[in-house]
Design a protein around this ligand. Structure first.
Ligand SMILES: C[S@@+](CC[C@H](N)C(=O)[O-])C[C@H]1O[C@@H](n2cnc3c(N)ncnc32)[C@H](O)[C@@H]1O
Length: 205
């Protein structure tokens, strides 16, 4: 990985991903989590303060060791065990049907094969277990979609492989999960190209 990707980008993401709007979204997406939870794309641990007390252990999967370093104070403050168990959401080092829920926030945009990551989430979820997600992705409006396709190569370069134009619903379904709740909206104060949100729940059946 480049110096920018390894040493600079984690700090940028740590700041950019922490604002009033992301905090409100994280609170909603983490609501209802309980038991043993696996988080794909743990980043700098910004979800931890929103994870309910019913969670007993959180297994974190994150390729950036610098990001995990930046999460240390949040890990220490968490009222449950946080264990970094792997580097790649596409290959989870966890047994089949062993976790109660999987959490994934703004990471399917960046994971090279996001369908593989969702299929892994499905594999490790207990039957009936839920996938809690929020992602930015392909916009509902054709005009915005055209701009997303134009902008995407630049986004990939400056944001560590992030894509703005992925159809998140299609990815979650292709990974074998059943979407039970989905809210599509443009986030406030962000260009529509970057801010077409997919917030929801999917279940492993
Ligand atoms: C935009 S950041 C979001 C971080 C965090 N989920 C949050 O909500 O603040 C995308 C994250 O996906 C991670 N990522 C990239 N490739 C990945 C992979 N193959 N498996 C798991 N996570 C990955 C990045 O390192 C980064 O932490």
């Amino acid at each position: 990985m480049s110096f920018y990707g390894e040493r600079v980008l984690p700090h940028v993401i740590n700041v950019v991903m922490h604002n009033k709007q992301t905090r409100e979204i994280r609170a909603r997406v983490c609501g209802g989590l309980a038991g043993e939870v696996l988080e794909i794309g743990f980043g700098t641990g910004h979800n931890l303060p929103f994870v309910p007390g019913e969670v007993t252990r959180l297994l974190a999967v994150e390729p950036s060791t610098r990001s995990v370093d930046l999460a240390r104070s949040r890990i220490t403050a968490a009222p449950f065990d946080v264990e970094v168990v792997g580097l790649d959401g596409q290959r989870l080092p966890v047994d089949d049907a062993s976790v109660d829920a999987v959490l994934c926030t703004w990471s399917l945009c960046t994971i090279p094969d996001p369908v593989a990551a969702v299929a892994e989430a499905r594999r490790v979820l207990r039957p009936g277990g839920r996938f809690h997600f929020v992602e930015h992705g392909r916009a509902p409006d054709e005009r915005v979609r055209r701009w997303q396709d134009r902008w995407n190569p630049m986004q990939q370069r400056i944001a560590g492989g992030c894509n703005v134009n992925r159809d998140i619903r299609a990815i979650v379904e292709a990974g074998g999960l059943t979407v039970t709740t989905l809210d599509n909206y443009y986030s406030k104060g962000e260009p529509k190209v970057l801010g077409a949100m997919y917030e929801g729940l999917a279940v492993a059946t």
